[in-house]
Design a protein around this ligand. Structure first.
Ligand code: TRP
Length: 374
């Protein structure tokens, strides 16, 4: 973490304070020797390390380092896990003078007496220069059962003043998380995360509910680069903005979309993010890193801090494992330039072996009027 902070341009004092904050938030598991097995089967990362890092890039300046963690990891069961998480979030809020009102309003929905997994509460810190992070809290819509998750999300949005937000969400296969911004955010968001199995680039481009963007081309090109799918032959169709099939689908770990709500005037989201789980569609992290670098370059962003961060995180060669780069995301927020986010695993317990990974299967080219593959 200290090396990552340095790679992200934070000074020594901020880095040390943030490292202490993370250790305190993790509680007893921070002292657990790493030669013991993981404290529990945390869903936060593939090897169950309860900590994941990420970098958020904009066209200007250093990327922001963020850390996602599960304060209740090792607490024993989901009820205790959730209580530990709430306690830690409220302690942090007190320390930095943040309110927790949005969390208080929905607490009963996400912390029933006998909660189901795969998580109870995660929090993420945006490690800004100056020592006061921005805080995000992730909750489990399926806490009262998968079959209640849509209702839970609808009710939570409603209580938070977003009365028409639920109706504006696109279809998805599952509600994965509901996230709340706490702290000194200009425009605190309520975010809803959806899983999309067997998604194609064309379908991904149809998931945004933002007024006026992103364009289809921005989404499909990101999707193709992150998953290393061949770009459709632009010359084959008359409309290059809507390239013809074959449209390949990501049929392993699902792609996720995130819909961020800020104002309540229109009922529409103001943010849209797509996350490609690059680790399930790459043979090794060398490939995953190349794709993340390409996505950054495509958006006019400097990839050097990413490359530096990967060496700060591990001494292994990227080619010798897969999963260090967990997701690559592309975030659009109304009125701002797009952000690229890259998620970096801790691999405290395990490195997944590299594997030949055929990227995806070809979908049937249903009803395509254009010329088919020869
Ligand atoms: N480990 C979970 C997953 O892979 C949750 C998760 C961790 C996640 N970091 C993420 C999901 C970043 C989306 C983006 O799904």
């Amino acid at each position: 973490m200290l090396r990552l902070c340095e790679a992200a341009g934070l000074d020594g004092a901020d880095s040390a304070a943030y490292a202490r904050t993370v250790l305190a938030a993790l509680g007893p598991v921070a002292d657990r020797p790493l030669d013991l097995p993981p404290p529990d089967d945390s869903f936060l990362s593939d090897d169950h390390t309860p900590v994941e890092f990420s970098l958020s890039f904009t066209p200007q300046g250093d990327p922001t380092l963020r850390v996602l963690l599960e304060p209740g990891c090792g607490a024993g069961d989901m009820a205790r896990n959730g209580r530990a998480g709430l306690r830690v979030v409220r302690e942090m809020a007190r320390r930095w003078g943040f309110g927790t009102r949005p969390l208080d309003e929905v607490e009963d929905l996400f912390f029933p007496p006998d909660p189901q997994g795969p998580l109870a509460l995660w929090c993420a810190l945006e490690l800004l220069p100056g020592g006061v992070p921005k805080l995000k809290v992730y909750l489990n819509p399926a806490a009262s059962g998968q079959e209640r998750s849509a209702g839970t999300v609808r009710e939570a949005l409603h209580r938070l003043g977003h009365h028409r937000a639920f109706a504006s969400l696109p279809d998805g296969d599952r509600h994965l998380f509901l996230a709340l911004d706490l702290g000194a955010w200009e425009e605190p968001r309520v975010k809803v995360y959806l899983a999309h199995h067997d998604l194609s680039a064309g379908e991904a481009a149809g998931l945004s509910r933002l007024d006026g963007g992103p364009g289809r081309r921005a989404v499909t090109s990101f999707f193709h680069t992150a998953a290393a799918l061949p770009e459709a032959d632009a010359a084959a169709g008359t409309d290059a903005l809507d390239p013809p099939a074959p449209d390949l689908r990501l049929d392993r770990r699902p792609v996720q979309s995130c819909h961020a709500f800020t104002g309540t005037a229109t009922g529409r989201p103001s943010g849209f993010t797509l996350y490609v789980p690059v680790r399930d569609y790459a043979a090794h992290d060398g490939e995953a890193l190349d794709r993340a670098v390409s996505v950054l370059r495509d958006h006019g962003m400097d990839p050097v801090p990413l490359v530096r961060s990967v060496s700060a995180l591990t001494s292994r060669r990227p080619e010798d494992g897969v999963g260090l780069i967990a997701y690559v995301g592309l975030a659009h927020h109304q009125g701002r330039p797009p952000r690229v986010t890259v998620y970096l695993s801790s691999e405290a317990y395990e490195v997944r072996k590299p594997a030949p990974a055929p990227a995806a299967r070809t979908a049937s080219v249903a009803g395509s009027g254009g010329p088919g593959p020869s």
